[in-house]
Design a protein around this ligand. Structure first.
Ligand code: THU
Length: 136
């Protein structure tokens, strides 16, 4: 599984997004150490607070099935068009809460791959996106 394939899976996952409030669809594809890909989408809620980001959906699916070590995650997202499909133009970096959740399970050199609508990619390490992170 290379980064392009991981991004493709994340793009496909935007179709699973449940985002009736923000109309912003996010998909994620998380690669574990055994080469298995765990997918996620954002899942919103009428009470707003219980909404879950795509990245955390993927992490929670993986951890709840026993995966604990990860190599990379691809994340894409964008506002929906009239057909309710994501229009991916800009990069969609992970929110602060998702960065902290990733840091619970991922090493500092874990890769975060962002892709925009031009087919461009940006790759960051978790250390770059969450420096001086909190842990116990
Ligand atoms: N969202 C994600 O899924 N991941 C992020 O890292 C940023 C935000 C979702 C949450 C919400 O459903 C929508 O995007 C708009 O904020």
């Amino acid at each position: 599984m290379n980064y392009d394939e991981l991004v493709k899976t994340a793009i496909e996952m935007t179709n699973m997004s449940y985002a009736p409030y923000s109309h912003f669809h996010v998909g994620a594809a998380l690669l574990d150490k055994n080469g298995k890909v765990w997918t996620g989408c954002n899942i919103e809620n009428a009470a707003y607070g219980p909404s879950n980001c795509a990245e955390r959906t993927a992490v929670f699916k993986a951890v709840s099935e026993g995966a604990r070590e990860f190599e990379a995650i691809a994340i894409v997202g964008g506002p929906e068009n009239a057909d309710g499909k994501a229009v991916i133009e800009d990069f969609c970096p992970p929110c602060g809460v998702c960065r902290q959740v990733l840091s619970e399970f991922c090493k500092r050199d874990f890769k975060i791959i962002l892709a925009n609508g031009k087919g461009e990619q940006k790759v960051f390490t978790l250390a770059e996106l969450l420096p001086e992170s909190f842990s116990l």
